[in-house]
Design a protein around this ligand. Structure first.
Ligand code: HEC
Length: 108
């Protein structure tokens, strides 16, 4: 019984460690090249993340649509300049980045 408790607490520690090692969504946006064209509050080539969050506020089903749009690229929602496709970004990372954008892209 005591051994089991020790094992369980070790497993808990490992969980904490791996959560801390995961890159933040902001870091993922950087390493996936999103910040080349996007910025939290200013329009660059693409719209500001805050504008994206405002535009889709309250649309609970928008997450998947936006993940697909980032993966496949496309134009028309903000203007004529297209966003290129991102075939190398993983679904998991795109989900994290888009959820973070929709939350208002907090710094931490
Ligand atoms: C080469 C420039 C460029 C890069 C790199 C880029 N974007 Fe974009 N992004 C754009 C442009 C331009 C638009 C506006 C497209 C439109 O008008 O439909 C856009 C639009 C978006 C939108 C809103 C889409 C919509 O339909 O409203 C999201 C979300 C987004 N980008 C996320 C990302 C993420 C996440 C990454 C990184 C994986 C990324 N972008 C990388 C240029 C870029």
């Amino acid at each position: 019984m005591k051994n089991l408790l020790i094992l369980l607490s070790l497993a808990g520690l490992c969980n904490l460690a791996s959560a801390a090692d995961e890159p933040s969504p902001a870091a993922l946006a950087g390493s996936n090249g999103c910040m080349i064209c996007h910025n939290a509050s200013q329009k660059l080539v693409g719209p500001a993340y805050k504008s994206i969050a405002d535009k889709y506020q309250g649309q609970s089903d928008i997450q998947k649509t936006l993940v697909n749009k980032v993966r496949n690229g496309g134009a028309g929602a903000w203007g004529k300049i297209p966003m290129p496709a991102h075939p190398d970004a993983t679904e998991e990372n795109l989900n994290k980045i888009v959820a973070w954008i929709l939350k208002g892209s907090p710094a931490n």
